[in-house]
Design a protein around this ligand. Structure first.
Ligand SMILES: [Cu+2]
Length: 169
């Protein structure tokens, strides 16, 4: 019992030695590489280190890398602004495509007559009925995929052509 414990302890010891040696050599090698690749720092005060981005004067230099990192991936909270014009009896455009998950801002510009912009299949995504020359902006998240009709709810305008399709894909 004792003997086998001792021998396994000794075995663990002899296994540990090479591991430690490898680690020490590896660290020394890494430090050496760092020294070799880093620019000379004769003052030893790190004065030659690259400036921290927050200390860069505003508007002077390259933008911080975070501006590109912050770009949302398609379909993950990306915002999209769409302008829809309407009148007797049309929408322009009458087809809109967005990626699912997009935060969509629709500005409906009513060019003439009394009209609204209603999105079927989404709850309460609609403008008020607007007089000619008025506009209204609404925002919603396109979280349901499919084809959805938008239309004017005034009179028979929908049947007369005031409709279009929002495609969420
Ligand atoms: Cu209308």
């Amino acid at each position: 019992m004792d003997g086998s414990n001792q021998s396994s302890g000794r075995a663990a010891f002899w296994v540990t030695i090479p591991v430690v040696v490898v680690v020490v050599v590896g660290v020394a090698f890494a430090l050496n590489r760092n020294q070799a690749s880093a620019p000379a720092d004769p003052m030893g005060d790190h004065s030659n280190l690259p400036p921290v981005s927050t200390s860069t004067p505003a508007g002077n230099d390259v933008q911080p890398a975070t501006t590109t990192v912050n770009q949302p991936a398609p379909g993950t909270g990306m915002a999209q602004a769409i302008t829809v014009k309407g009148g007797e009896f049309y929408y322009q455009p009458n087809e809109i495509r967005v990626k699912k998950g997009t935060k969509v801002t629709v500005t409906f510009i009513n060019e003439n007559g009394l009209h609204d912009w209603v999105l079927e299949g989404y709850d309460n995504v609609r403008t008020a009925k607007l007089q000619g020359g008025k506009s209204e902006t609404l925002t919603f998240t396109a979280d349901k995929a499919g084809s959805f009709t938008y239309y004017c709810s005034v009179g028979q305008h929908r049947q007369m052509g005031m409709k279009g399709t929002l495609i969420v894909e």
